[in-house]
Every structure is written in structure tokens, then in C-alpha cells.
Design a binder for this molecule. Sequence first.
Ligand code: TXA
Ligand code: MG
Length: 307
Amino acid sequence: MDDEKAISRGVAALRGGGLVILPTETVYGLAANAANARAVAKVYEAKGRPAFNPLIAHVADLAMAQEIAEFDERALRLARRFWPGPLTLVLPARGTGVSDLARAGLDSVAVRAPAHPLSHALIRAFGGPIVAPSANRSGRPSPTNFLDAIEETGEFAEAALDGGPCRIGLESTVIALLDKPRMLRPGAVMRAEVELMIGPLAEADLDASRSPGRLSRHYAPKLPVRLGAVTPLRREAFLAFGEAPARPHVWNLSPSGDLAEAAANLFAYLRAADRSGASGIAVAPIPDEGLGEAINDRLKRAAGFVG
Ligand code: TXA
Ligand code: MG
């Protein structure tokens, strides 16, 4: 099916209150009309997600974002620098374009303009914001290719857009600009890049209800995960980084030690290792610089440590 046809099917599904699987540059999302609370309820149901976990409203551009959120000077600066792209801004909510349910009753709203041409085209053709949490069932790794997305929540979707593997493979960076600027979730846009634009970022406060994406078991495979492992134990699967022997049960996140490549492979390899019949998943140490901050954040969650 060509892209144009897939997009018009997607738009029809959204208008009818149905769900759509869509690719973004970060991970696949499960989308619904943000203004339609019944459609949003279907997203929570499909994911098995607690209703207090607010969703990101995805927009085509800054103008669409300004209809649902209040932008101050800092927010404008970040949006102009990083959109379309993997940065989500949590801002004071405005108007009725995003249902209360999608905001989980908060008076703030998370917004982002995705860079993937298919998600951009779908939002543009639909003509308003769509919510799109990652297309996994709650507590599972985010899908980074079409088949994984279909396997997770495809049965709940009326339309699905195939954009191939996701370029980035990690969810967007979430920055709240409510009181002082805070990083709620590290992601593909790095801390240093944001701080260069608006100054130092505070950590998320510990009130988990404000960003439940930080719950410790959010990105959890079924097998136990052991971090910082230099060599795997006998029955463990191994996610290597840098030089490593090519062996069964070894998935190398990046043979050349490239963090962007490791991010793009992370969730798919966690899934593969989880299915391998091993006793657990050992993961090589990943440097905590640049994109490594987001990778290590997801790995700590996969291992069940509080983040
Ligand atoms: O890359 C991404 O952001 C992907 C793709 C599909 O766009 N989407 C995604 O959505 O990761 P989701 O729903 O899995 O993660 C949304 C994150 C959660 O950590 C949530 O708690 C936080 O954003 N969030 C949403 N609205 C918020 C708000 N009003 N205040 C604080 N955190 C919020
Ligand atoms: Mg998610």
C-alpha cells in the first residue's frame, strides 16, 4: 500500500475515534485524536496503562502547538531549535484541543512535533493534535520497528503506517518548563544541547505522578537484567558494546562503540535477548556521556532500579 493511501486510512481511523500505529523518528506510537476522550481511553486500554499517566500531544508545527500550550521565551527557543524532532516540552495547557483524560487531569500538557515524514503527514492531514504514547503494552520496551509495534498493540489499531525501523530508537527527551526548567526524561536531544539554549536543568522532582514515565519498571524485559557486565555468565544473553566476539546469544549494540547506533539497536536487542531462552541478560558498560545518559536511563529501568 502506498504512503498516501495509508495516510488517508489513518486519518479516517482518527476521525472515527479509532487508533493508528504510526512511526516516529524515536519509536512507534499508538495514536488517537487528542481531543476525543473516548478515543484516548482506547489508548490507555490497549496499553494497559494506568490512567494517571499523561500522554504526549503530537503536532505538525509550532502554530498547532500554540493552540494547546502556552509558550514562554524559553519554550519558543527550544521549539525553534529542536522541532521537528525528538524533544517534548511540558508547558501550561491551553484550550480544549487535548482532552483532560490525555492530560491525566493535569493543567500542563506535553507537546512535540515529530520529524518522521509519515507522522508529520498524518498529523497535517488530520488537522489537529494526536496523542501517541509508545506503541508497547505498558511496562514493555518501546517498539522500534513495524513488526514489533504490530505485535504489541496492532490488534487495537484500525490503521497502521509502516515507516521501517526508527532512526533514533529511544523516546524523546522530556523537558518541563513549569517552574524552573527540569529534565523529566533523558532522550535523543542531549542535556548539554538544551542547557546551551536555556541554561542549567534541574532534575525531575520525585513526585512520580508528574512524570510516571520515570517509574522504575517502565522498560522491563521478562528476564533479569545485569548491568555493567564485562563478560556474560554461562547461560546469560549478552548485549555488548564495542569489540566483542560474535557468538550465539551475543547482540552487539555497536561494534564500533557508537552511542547513536547503540540507541537505535537497544530496544530491538533487548527484545531479542529476552526471547532467546537465556537465564538473564547481561549488558556491557555504556559510557554515561551524551546519548549514553538516555541509554543508561532506559537500561536502569529495564534492570528495575529506581531512576
Ligand atoms: O518519543 C516519544 O516521545 C514517543 C513517540 C511515540 O513520540 N512517545 C512516548 O510517549 O514516549 P509516552 O506516552 O510513552 O511517554 C510520555 C512521557 C511519559 O514519561 C509521561 O509521564 C510524560 O511524557 N508526560 C506527559 N505529559 C506530562 C505532563 N503533563 N507532565 C509531566 N510529564 C508528562
Ligand atoms: Mg512509553
